[in-house]
Write a protein that binds this ligand. Sequence first.
Ligand code: DAH
Length: 342
Amino acid sequence: MKERIEELKMEFDRVINDANSMEMIDELRVAFLGKKGKVTDLLQGLRDVPSESRREMGIAINNFKEYVESVLQNKIQEVKALELQREINSAEKIDITIPSTSKKGSLHPISVVQKEVEEVFKSMGFIVEDGNEVETEYNNFDAVNVPRNHPARDMQDTFWLDNGEVLKTQTSAGQNRILRKYGAPCKVIFPGRCFRNESVDASHENTFFQLEGMMVGRDINVANLIYFMKTMLSKVLKKDVDVRLRPGFFPFTEPSFELDVTCPFCGGKGCPTCKHGGWIELCPCGMIHPAVLKMGGVDTNKYQGFAFGLGLTRLAMMKYNIKEIRTLNSGNIPFLSQTKTR
Ligand code: DAH
């Protein structure tokens, strides 16, 4: 019996070496461990073994059985890995060492400016939020103090969806949601794409980008607004610029301003870009109207704040001296890749 076990072990070692597929392994399992297999044969042979060595033989057969099981298990892992490799080799016909012919992409000029503005505001403690492109009528208009029939609605003709929602005409549409999310005090900016029903020309587009900002706190005032805008613009335009406020009107701010920046091309001396005035109109802003704060759930006895709606498209055009707004949405690669190295 002992010799028989030895023989079988040698036979097993020989055939398992040649097994290189799951089918072959399965055949071996059946041949050795199956109901009519060689190990079962051995066990049945125990009957004829003299009783004094039966126990010893039983242990020897069991050891052999465990040996076969564990070698089979290892072989399965090995063959599976081999089969996977074979599959990969036959499917993967790409030579990854061939040099690429595709050109490296670049960020869109508006993305570049947006990132720069975001970085400056983040460094000053502002949170950057996202906004929706499809907005409810309430958020886009009513919640920023522009109820139905308010004449200011006419200035922002937009695209209405069948379900009564709108493609947002201004990032201000996010104000209510932000106020409800963060409450007071808060410092948040939220860039986004806006849409208006415009006649398109060199300086008007139906699709453009703004970056809205809000800062609400106990005694936030116009001086804070001026400080943040001057700091941000100086960093983004990489020049020490000055800003000034002129009176403006927006239903969602009181008082409202137009913020001008010293012309970065002539430093304020006067040139064709600033129409020889030395200043460029850049960013409408103001102190948030109490009605807007209240609709956002803010206690106006305790809190006040400023808001601004920076024209990102306008800022990008100014920074890169782009005269034609339509080029920005044109998909013209040579034009758009000019920001690659900046
Ligand atoms: N939403 C205005 C627009 O698109 C811009 C604006 C003005 C935003 C004043 C503001 C603000 O936050 O305070 O015309």
